[in-house]
Write a protein that binds this ligand. Sequence first.
Ligand code: FAD
Ligand code: DLZ
Ligand code: SF4
Length: 519
Amino acid sequence: MTRPVLVPILGDQLSRSLSSLEDLSPASTVVLMMEVWDEATYVKHHKQKIVLIFSAMRHFADELRAEGWQVDYIALDDPENTGSFTGEVARAVERHAPSEIRVTESGEWRVHEAMLEWEGRLPCPVRILPDTRFIATHVEFRAFAEDRKHLTMEYFYRDMRRKTGVLMDGDKPLTGIWNLDAENRQPPKEGLRAPPTPKFAPDAITRAVIALVGKRFADHFGDLEPFGWPVTRKQALEAADAFFARRLELFGPYQDAMVHREDDLYHSMLSTSINIGLLLPLELCERAEAAFKSGRAPLNSVEGFIRQIIGWREYVRGFYWHQMPGLAEANELGAHRPLPEFFWTGETDMRCLSDCIRTTREDAHAHHIQRLMVLGNFCLIAGIDPRQVADWYLVVYADAFEWVELPNVAGMILYADGGRLATKPYAASGNYINKMSNYCKGCRYKVSQKTGPDACPFNPLYWHFMDANRQRLESNHRIGRIYATWDRMGEAKQREYLESAEKFLDSLEPASKGWARNA
Ligand code: FAD
Ligand code: DLZ
Ligand code: SF4
């Protein structure tokens, strides 16, 4: 009897076009899928994230079986389960005596390091294949990054447009313009409401996983139910259809808007499906392009959506692999304040933060501008320790995998990488939040007040941050000019700002241990 090829498929690799399955036939292959304790607890993921991954894995295994593949599926409560990928691959090698292990590279450094050791530990060859669901290869990103001090996403994005041909006319951008961001960024108009995002009622498989997670991960952050994320490709395609039909049109203009309790707005809500492999990034870009070409959506929205995916998403992935492992330790601004407890409980009078944390807890999701300009901006200007911030983001979002979370946290929001990813820190006072949201109207703090106990805390914190980091930021041409305004204020006003900020920071209760990682 010929020995089979063993193909481990991880929880974020649920695509039929996976490189490890290419050229293999069901008759000569054993697919291995593993629910393992280590992955579910290396940080204490939001309960809905675990439900999403386990349920999508179980559905994907059933789909493969229906196509004739042999799937060896290890459930979490299998009594023999060793709890780790390496342990389960070793057990599967004993069971199946494969001629070879073929695996698509992992998204995360931590797992990649473990995979590299398989070859030495196991009695068969291990082939690690590139993840061809991404558009840029590691080699292409390295070539782009070489000799550049700042990497500038925009130039990388143009390379990706050229490579894919999306929104291109030969080697020129369609209509002559690469980036239409200037037409977007509109504040929300009064009463802004978007068509709802489809939510999917749990079937028997998902209900069983919900029961398992409720029992085994009760101390993890977040609401377990209602759970409505797509867990199959069919459902993910339905969610994409709804986005293209009803929300893409206004995606661009309201991309940066925030409305109290209007959680999804015009965002696609597709990141979980893309990141675990139910949808492919390029197929979504091609559908967006088709919507423009057939007159169903304007270019500013279509280009904005495509830029998020073949621009930002690809760029942060390239950046992660280029900058690891150092990125996980980066703390260029020397920020050491502990994450406040209210990030876990949502109990704060700051209405913007409490709404963003509420949607995070309820849905394991917050949209980009909430993650960037409310939660992220707060962590930046309050000087919160980057490792604690990164843990929080990795725990709380259903779409969080380190390759995409860490560059956004260390690079985009915290400037912890010293400006390699973003050319300036995204620091802002309450004015920005007031302009782009309806949060401030109902807030106990006054956004127009600059200092004192009733002032919006973002106002003094902004100047406290600028003052504390003057040495590093003054020479930055995109932000350095702000110090002229600071200097013009005079010492008494400056002292008021700094004292207000210090008072607020002193009042923050540090997070208790145990939310993010097991002690
Ligand atoms: P849309 O607004 O509809 O955007 C479309 C798609 O573009 C997204 O689905 C996503 O695939 C991609 N995208 C948009 N912005 C980014 C970005 N900055 N980086 C990478 N991809 C992007 N996204 C994740 O997928 N996982 C994360 O762990 C994650 N952590 C983040 C942490 C911080 C601090 C910030 C500022 C952003 C983070 N993002 C992350 C990016 C972004 O916020 C989410 O992709 C987005 O909110 C998902 O919702 P959506 O699908 O409705 O996105
Ligand atoms: C996030 C996650 C969780 C919670 N559990 C599992 C699991 O039990 N089995 C699995 O194959 N994958 C899981 N994942 C996703 C992995 O963490 C992810 O595939 C790796 O980190 C590589 O990106
Ligand atoms: Fe947030 Fe300040 Fe506005 Fe309150 S006043 S919602 S704290 S920005």
